[in-house]
Design a protein around this ligand. Structure first.
Ligand code: GLU
Length: 586
């Protein structure tokens, strides 16, 4: 059993002090906006403003989501961008239909199951991250293209305009941005194109500085002029392949090269997939299907929780059950889930309410369990012939970040969109001349078998991204999503539990201290949690905690009964977010 190999992220001392002194409700004010027309919540003000500008120009939620995402690529380049991939869940109000666009990065054709092994042993994780080997064929541009082409109303040129403006004229670096550069300084210093962009004399760019990214503006301009082909068959693609296969490194630095070809790029396809549909206490939930494990794991945990009258019990007992349900869902997620085009995962069994009832029997309401084995969903699958019965049950190295955004429009369309380059700063490789970072998504594969999530040519590594839409009586109720590697699943699950079962408002549900149980030896918690009455009560039931770290950076929309919409973003995590509506109710 291994814990995430990445060290816990540094947490600002001021945050720790604040959270120790003040109860959660007094944490920095969560950005909330209520009104009518369209709404947007992202972690970045320029990105939310970009979405609003597009909505005000008559664009729909899909147009606005791409505009926000492109802007996040400039202002949050360490979390996301055109060098990565993502998952978009779209509600089309006119058709009353939810569709998803999987534009996850894909392994180049050169990949084999032993690509991350040397002399029969797994390679060092961080060495693989900062290399050309970790880079998957980026899916973002293809995903945006499919979204705009099929469901949008505007061109690349129109929706990229706000991001081009921010990249060209620059934005003010905040403390969070500077801290992220500082944390990645060693990685960024390995690659001169990256160092030139984000470091000043070898040190992190300081808060208050203006950062321009002419290379990224150029990439977006070329996309605006030439469309998707510029990336997958043209100049940008060539630059990506060169950067992967021959990364430009500082003198004395050696990194492993990747093996990506122009054919890998030309063959890349986004996939339109049916969402994972589940129900929870009268809500219909639509989440991301495989290759993201998010929708399935959240549904399984909620199915387990549905068997308890959580509202009627003390909060610590309900939270204990939340942790135990999450543990069991993670045991199954780790054992069974991977790219559905390579692995026949027992999805129907995992989603079955009867299977959840069987899993529920394993929970002791008064005593935490120790790492749980995977269950046997096959009898609940209606397909007992499926051969794969893996027993792998290990915690994978998970990236810490990504970004999530959500947009609705005046016609009722909704987009929940999570996208990423995997670790902070991805592989650390900025594509020369184009100012965007390449992902390290291939490290989301297991480095060795027999787990289903082993690397293979053309395969997409299992993800945890969980953009989720909830409906009640056929009408939109809320959207929710977050970054945070495998903690994405628990952040979305816990926010739903807080909102639906603990009766919190969405801002409180989002702001509450996060607990992330992923079937490890202990639960991840946030700074300030240990020692609280809530923590002590859970410890009495046998729960215990890892070293604290900030978890996630969620955004949500709530569709109110009076027809207004409330956009909610983070109040204190990741430097705080931005929530805007077209017509404010106040
Ligand atoms: N690579 C992660 C995933 O797909 C996301 C990265 C993160 O949020 O840390 O699940």
């Amino acid at each position: 059993m291994t814990l995430p190999r990445r060290p816990a992220r540094t947490v600002l001392v001021s945050t720790i002090i604040l959270t120790l002194i003040l109860p959660p409700a007094a944490w920095a004010k969560t950005p909330v906006a209520t009104g009518s027309g369209g709404a947007v919540a992202t972690i970045s003000e320029p990105a939310s403003k970009a979405a609003l500008a597009i909505l005000n120009q008559g664009g729909n939620a899909v147009d606005a989501a791409v505009a926000a995402a492109a802007t996040l690529g400039v202002t949050d380049p360490f979390s996301c961008g055109i060098g990565g991939g993502g998952f978009m869940v779209i509600y089309l109000a006119k058709d009353k239909r939810v569709i998803t666009i999987d534009h996850r990065e894909t392994a180049p054709a050169s990949f084999t199951p032993t690509v991350f092994q040397q002399d029969g042993k797994e390679m060092d994780f961080d060495t693989v991250v900062a290399s050309g080997m970790s880079v998957g064929v980026p899916g973002t541009v293809r995903g945006w293209h499919e979204a705009l082409d099929r469901y949008g109303s505007m061109s690349f040129k129109q929706v990229l305009a706000p991001a081009i403006a921010v990249a060209s004229s620059g934005f003010t670096v905040n403390a969070n941005f500077s801290r992220l550069v500082e944390e990645s300084r060693a990685k960024f210093n390995m690659f001169p194109d990256t160092a030139a962009l984000y470091l000043r004399n070898g040190k992190a760019i300081q808060p208050g500085s203006t950062l321009r990214n002419p290379g990224m503006a150029k990439a977006y301009r070329e996309l605006a002029a030439g469309g998707v082909k510029v990336f997958y068959e043209g100049k940008i693609g060539r630059a990506v392949v060169d950067a992967v296969n021959q990364p430009r490194v500082a003198s004395g630095v050696h990194v492993r090269a990747g093996q990506m070809t122009m054919a890998d790029l030309a063959n890349y396809e986004a996939r339109l997939r049916q969402p994972v549909h589940s129900t929870y206490r009268g809500y219909d939930l639509y989440g991301m299907p495989l290759p993201s494990s998010g929708g399935i794991a959240i549904a399984e945990a909620l199915n387990i929780l549905e068997g308890y009258d959580l509202k009627a019990m003390p909060k610590d007992k309900a939270e204990h059950l939340y942790l135990e349900a999450s543990r069991l869902a993670f045991a199954d997620r780790n054992a069974y889930l991977a790219d559905p085009e390579y692995v026949e995962a027992p999805v129907a069994g995992l989603l079955s309410k009867d299977y959840a009832a069987r899993r529920r029997e394993l929970i002791n309401p008064d005593q935490a369990s120790v790492q749980a084995p995977a269950g046997d969903p096959y009898p609940f699958q209606n397909d007992p012939s499926v051969p794969l019965r893996p027993n792998a049950n290990k915690l994978l190295a998970e990236g810490a970040h990504t970004t999530h955004l959500t947009v609705s429009d005046k016609d009722g369309n909704i987009v929940a969109y999570t996208y990423t380059i995997e670790s902070w700063g991805g592989s650390g490789i900025v594509v020369p001349g184009y100012g965007f970072l390449l992902n390290n998504e291939m490290t989301d594969f297991d480095f060795s078998g027999p787990a289903p999530n082993v690397p293979e040519a053309g395969k997409r590594p299992r993800s945890s991204m969980s953009p989720t839409l909830a409906f009640k009586n056929g009408k939109p109720a809320f959207s929710i999503g977050s970054p945070g590697g495998a903690t994405i699943i628990t952040t979305v699950l816990q926010t739903i539990f807080n909102y639906v079962d603990l009766g919190m408002s969405m801002p409180d549900a989002l702001n509450a201290p996060r607990l992330s149980e992923r079937n490890g030896p202990a639960t991840d918690v946030e700074p300030g949690f240990a020692g609280t009455a809530q923590a002590v009560a859970l410890e009495k039931r046998g729960q215990h905690w890892n070293k604290p770290q900030e978890i996630g950076a969620a955004n949500a929309l709530v569709f109110n009964p009076d027809g207004t919409v409330t956009a909610v973003s983070e109040g204190h995590r990741h430097g705080a977010g931005s929530a805007l509506v077209q017509k404010s109710a106040h």
